[in-house]
Design a binder for this molecule. Structure first.
Ligand SMILES: [Zn+2]
Ligand SMILES: [Zn+2]
Length: 155
């Protein structure tokens, strides 16, 4: 559990009653684009924790989407844009506009875009988020290991 604290994350008592099975939840505190810009913003707060903010684009339209920093919480809030159902979005850094790189292929056929846990921008420490609007698949990789929600609950 300590290694998560060192990777820009913190374990806090679970504030979400519906996932009370896990006494603690993993909250992402730091996340970066490939160029090192922070993707964590106080513009979107989730239970008081700053959210993950990424740019989202569809043919001609651009906006922002805020994601809960609580791992396993699928809450997403679109800002300044409507998210068309089932569409595949282009995810990018709101600061420099660089595309978030493809980490893997999602089971739905779209891409898991990588958000990095530190400025080294290594795929061995990243979060993969599906870029299809209705797909809430997300992978969490720390030190090269895929961390599942079940494993987190046991921490
Ligand atoms: Zn950037
Ligand atoms: Zn997907």
């Amino acid at each position: 559990m300590e290694r998560f604290d060192q990777k820009g994350m913190i374990l806090i008592p679970n504030p979400v009653a519906r996932t009370a099975a896990a006494a603690k939840v993993l909250v992402i505190r730091e996340l970066f684009c490939p160029a090192g810009h922070s993707l964590i913003s106080r513009r979107a707060l989730f239970n008081g924790s700053p959210g993950i903010l990424v740019g989202v684009g569809f043919a001609g339209e651009k906006g922002l989407v805020a994601l809960s920093p609580v791992y396993g919480d699928k809450t997403r809030i679109a800002l300044d844009i409507d998210l068309p159902a089932k569409q595949i979005a282009n995810l990018f850094c709101p600061t420099c506009g660089i595309d978030l790189p493809r980490y893997a292929t999602c089971h739905c056929g779209a891409d898991l875009a990588a958000l990095f846990l530190d400025r080294r921008a290594s795929f061995s420490d990243c979060i993969g988020i599906c870029n299809r609007v209705d797909c809430v698949n997300a992978h969490f990789v720390a030190q090269g290991e895929l961390i599942s929600e079940a494993m987190l609950a046991a921490l």
